[in-house]
Design a protein around this ligand. Sequence first.
Ligand code: GDP
Length: 448
Amino acid sequence: MTQPVVVIVGRPNVGKSALFNRLVRQRLSIVDDMPGLTRDRLYAPAEWQGRSFTMVDTGGLVSGTAGGIAGQVREQVQRAIAEADVILFVVDARAGIVPEDRAIADVVRRARAPVLVTANKVDGESLEPSAHEFYALGFGDPMPVSALHGRGTGDLLAAVVAMLPEAAADGADAGAEPTVPIAVALVGRPNVGKSSLVNAILGAPRVIVDASPGTTRDSVDEHFERGGRQYVLIDTAGLRRRARVDEPIEAYSAARARKAIERADVAVLVLDATDTIGDQDQRIGREIADAGRGVIIAVNKWDRVATSPEIDLRRQRSIRHALRFISYAPAVATSATEGWGIATLLEEVNRVAQAYQGRIGTGPLNRVVGDAVAKHEPPTDAVGRRLRIYYATQPQTRPPMIVLFVNEPRRMPADYRRYLENAIRGKFDLYGVPLRLALRRRGDSATA
Ligand code: GDP
């Protein structure tokens, strides 16, 4: 089967080539295969989350000055979009909409392929609002990216993949993923027992040997195997080292925790059962939620607390209330010192990791969304216009992201979004993982 084609268009100097290079480099192997990748090479194979496609940069098509910029750009665009399955329409967020952008918009509007406006040069969060202006081009929400820094390019590729023709998806998904270790980060405020849990999981304290490349100099990952599965405990250096009581309590800093969470598939938020839940616990919990990682709550030092059904229920309620933003997290009672709950914790890690990497089939997903919509129609807005949901797909795993193609993203009220999220969560295995729901506008010209 021929591969789907993603074409990058845009006026000169918006950063098309930079974006092209950035996107095809998301997979290092591709660059290795193509040592000669340069500006004037217009085609490159690209891959994201198991989907392969061909990326076309039209930047090199602009040459000479005859005919004036506008005419040239128009011709360039017309030629390129004829073969496109998805069009990335690149604009310069710093410059705002200029007449040439409108000229290109007029041309790509007539293309059959869906158009994704990509607002480049959004190098920092403060620049993100400037991307919204391009909504006026009429292609839905622009995707803010920085080709220079790589900001937002993962989301962009996920959106591109979501728009690729369906047939290629099923074939590409067939191959099983190679077994990679499940990356686990143990995080929590000082003294909850993270180091003790690491030791309980790994067995007796031992010399740290395995330092993975690409991590900070003194961060150490511990690889181990249990029940035929590979795991890696992320950044245990700060944890295992602190056997001495006199070391500063902040040895395992918030910044460090954040980095560990970023690299994890599953984050274990360790709480101290003997203590009430405080701001610090909540803050770390929010970090995990914001990063979109799979999450498990470990209520440690369980050997130190009195238990009875009533006490347990009360304790559980207060934990659930304080951490209601990760209501999907399973909780495990542990005692690092007694070795209680360690096996259960690892079982939960397996379950969450599986859900975190899982892919929901497009057919079942659309049936569930369709049923939910049939049960409760989307509401109308203040002037009586209704949100219409055309199609749902999961372009991304780790964490799962679901894209809904709708007539008008702005007509989605927060509570209806939650309703859909719950409907999806109720039918598929999303154990311990957040569900990200993204809305994309599907142009009226697209097929029904
Ligand atoms: P960290 O700062 O989160 O890494 O916490 P540590 O692992 O250093 O533990 C802090 C203190 O709590 C140490 O004195 C541990 O021995 C103790 N501790 C850790 N886990 C448990 C547990 O499950 N039960 C009891 N009784 N004490 C624990």
